[in-house]
Design a protein around this ligand. Structure first.
Ligand code: ADP
Ligand code: MG
Length: 693
């Protein structure tokens, strides 16, 4: 191993001695860089037994054993596994090595030598005691390593525990010679008794003591702090309130024109949030505002009005949506209004390729296009704006901070409006968005009737089918949501494919299905048919959960409703009730409901209020869970589980410290010192930060 290696080098440098395809599996599990190996945390620590002589009672346990090698059978083909035959005491043992290069195996296991191996003791087909790819302990370490503690890591197919052990050991060696300069200030280190980044990772990956739960170990807390700090820094960079922003101030000609062609008038609540947004835009500081509003409360029109105000001052606007269906819908809805006002809007998804894509990108760059709507494609690809003044992120919690940053960095401190239908408690807002202002649309458009919600056992499905028949006879449409796409051995839930067949038998061609495994063009086609064509029943997975707006859909059937969380049920239910027709939500449940599932279904039947439902959700999951991930729908953290109740008290303290430190760092423009930290946690817009600070 060369001394010039760093933790940002390729993972192949710490997966030595294996075939290429094995390294591929490593990439899939861990990532591409040496440091990613180190950030892969063990799920638990177990005690390891040392045995001078093996016996069958230890089958299934993790043991270290001394083995005298008899012979090595390397097989005939290049890729066949290597089998080492030996004895532990008097008991015969075989060691089977998969994916090993043969010379490597021969060097490690020589006949008549004694070796120490660690791993799970198993049994071969012929009944002999067996190790599969065990860890071979170095002689000099053997005394220390053969007993003590042992990490169990989460794995994917193709990677073994031993593989991870050897990779982490190699990665630690690389880190030890290229250890980064400490970024946590001395007083915080002292207060928390944090070890250094290297020491912490060494203690985590080579445990010397039993760890009760993740954050009970100070080394885990240190790494957790690092991850929180990296995120809090990124959030502050995304919100950059201290910087000078673009002043937007004009006659509102476009906004007035829009209000004239609108077929409805805005609710008081919509007017209020628009005023708050306009005040930000005029202020001269970059806006960082979160717009919360229950499903169907009319956030889209607020976004359009914001965009028009900014466009009139000569800027471009980007609208980011989490799914292609939603991006297309925004493009259609927003496009309809903008077209009447003579403003050019484009859609960019990963399906736009070749000439078409080039044309879009050109028109964005020369500012012919004023509004660009899209999915991740507008972050990832080489999209350049001439003058990006406003970024709107819909269903904001679906995006990580580095994705948002990448889009924001395409402009010069653009204003940012984030929108979400999932109400989020203040603490979670802080951890997700940092210091952000919040506007709330608190009422729905007038004339909306409350959705009637019923919970019905699966046995009575035929009555539900009759009900759907009546809905359709009235010229309305129905969603039918199943948790799975196809049948699964492990999960006994309803699946789209079977339910589609079942309903098709009954309703014929008016039924269509929609799920994530379908091709994009096919999905669009089906969705169009449901929205405006001859399809009346859409059987789908939760792909329809986010933002989809089909106003004459007035019923939604949710199968295995007991499986979904409250927030998700509420989102799904929000697909209906989007016009003044009475709408229905039917929660189909299977037998054997748990107490919590019963309570959830009851709350859904009794309340239509997203904020109340979110609160109840928190209560049901126990007050301790303040930072719940399911609640906010965010991605989980890399180095700790925020849903583990025991972690909660530590997490709140660490988050508070990280958040305060991040503010200090950004205020003092000291960000350069933190580039390595941001890079470690893959917040990879560091290049752009340099320009900003
Ligand atoms: P969401 O907040 O869930 O994104 P949408 O913006 O999709 O909701 O709005 C839901 C529906 O309500 C849309 O069809 C929209 O045209 C309509 N709408 C929005 N505001 C009003 C209003 N003030 N009066 C009547 N209908 C409205
Ligand atoms: Mg929406």
């Amino acid at each position: 191993m060369s001394e010039e290696l760093t933790i940002f080098d390729d993972i192949e440098f710490c997966v030595v001695g294996y075939f290429k395809r094995y390294i591929q599996s490593f990439r899939k599990l861990l990532g591409n860089r040496v440091v990613d190996v180190l950030l892969h945390m063990p799920s638990r620590v177990v005690e390891k037994v040392y045995l001078d002589s093996l016996s069958r009672e230890y089958i299934g346990k993790i043991v270290t054993a001394k083995i005298k090698v008899d012979c090595v059978d390397a097989g005939a083909r290049r890729t066949s596994s290597v089998v080492v035959y030996g004895r532990s005491g008097a008991v015969p043992v075989e060691i089977r090595l998969f994916n090993y290069k043969k010379y490597y195996a021969r060097r490690a296991y020589r006949p008549n030598e004694e070796v120490f191996v660690s791993g799970k003791l198993g049994e071969s087909m012929s009944g002999m005691l067996q190790f599969i790819n065990p860890e071979k302990l170095k002689d000099e370490d053997a005394a220390e390593l053969k007993t003590g503690f042992y990490n169990i890591y989460p794995l994917t197919a193709g990677v073994t525990q031993t593989g991870v052990y050897s990779a982490t050991n190699n990665a630690l060696k690389i880190l030890s010679v290229a250890s980064p300069t400490e970024w946590i200030p001395g007083e915080l280190i002292e207060k928390n008794e944090f070890p250094s980044f290297y020491e912490a990772l060494r203690k985590i990956h080579q445990p010397k003591e039993f760890v009760k739960f993740q954050l009970s170990a100070v080394s885990r807390r240190r790494i957790c702090f690092d991850e929180l700090l990296a995120e809090q820094l990124a959030l502050r960079l995304a919100n950059r309130k201290t910087k000078e922003g673009n002043v937007v101030k004009n006659e509102k000609t476009l906004v007035k024109k829009l209000l004239n062609i609108l077929s409805f008038s805005l609710t008081d609540s919509q007017r209020k949030v628009i005023e708050e947004i306009f005040a930000d835009l005029k202020s001269g500081k970059p806006m960082a505002r979160l717009l919360q509003g229950d499903v169907g409360s009319g956030k889209t029109i607020v976004a359009i009005i914001t965009a028009l105000y900014v466009i009139e001052s000569g800027y471009q606007c980007a609208i980011l949506a989490p799914t292609e269906i939603l991006a297309r819908q925004h493009y259609a809805v927003i496009g309809k209004y903008l077209e009447e006002l003579g403003i050019q809007i484009e859609l960019l998804t990963s399906n736009d390729k070749g000439k078409r894509r080039k044309e879009i990108l050109n028109n964005v760059e020369n500012a012919t296009v004023k509004v660009l709507v899209g999915t991740h494609a507008i972050i990832m690809e080489k999209v350049n704006f001439q003058n990006l003044g406003l970024v709107i992120v819909d269903e904001q919690h679906r995006f990580g901070v580095s994705q948002r940053l990448r889009l924001i960095n395409k402009g010069n401190f653009p204003h940012v409006l984030s929108m979400t239908a999932t109400p989020i408690p203040r603490t979670i807002v802080m951890s997700l968005y940092g210091d952000i202002s919040v506007s709330t649309i608190s009422e729905k458009p007038i004339g909306r009737k409350d959705i009637i919600t019923k919970a019905i056992p699966l046995m009575k499905i035929s009555s539900v089918v009759d009900f759907v028949k009546r809905i359709i006879e009235n010229g309305q449409k129905a969603y039918w949501v199943c948790p799975l796409i196809e049948e699964s051995e492990k999960l006994q839930y309803a699946c789209v494919i079977n339910r589609f067949d079942y309903l098709k038998n009954y309703f014929g061609d008016g039924v269509a299905m929609l799920h994530g495994k379908m091709k994009s063009a096919e999905k669009q086609d089906v969705f169009e048919r449901f929205k405006t064509g001859d399809c009346h029943i859409l059987v789908s997975t939760t792909v329809v959960e986010v933002g989809v707006d089909v106003s004459n859909a007035s019923a939604i059937i949710i199968e295995n409703a007991e499986k979904f969380g409250l927030a998700q049920l509420h989102q799904l239910r929000g697909r209906v009730g989007r016009s003044d027709v009475q709408s229905y939500c039917i929660l189909l449940y299977d037998h054997g409901l748990t107490e919590i599932a019963k309570k959830r279904l009851n709350i859904m039947r009794e309340s239509a209020d997203g904020f109340f439902i979110a609160e109840q959700d928190l209560l049901l999951r126990g007050g301790g869970e303040v930072l719940g991930t399911k609640q906010s729908g965010r991605k989980t953290y890399k180095t700790f589980d925020m849903n583990e109740p025991n972690n909660q008290p530590y997490l709140l303290t660490l988050l508070k410290q990280a958040s305060e430190l991040a503010t200090k760092i950004v205020d003092s423009d000291d960000i350069k010192k933190y580039e390595t930290l941001l890079k470690i946690f893959s917040i990879d817009s560091v290049k752009d930060f340099k320009q900003s600070f």
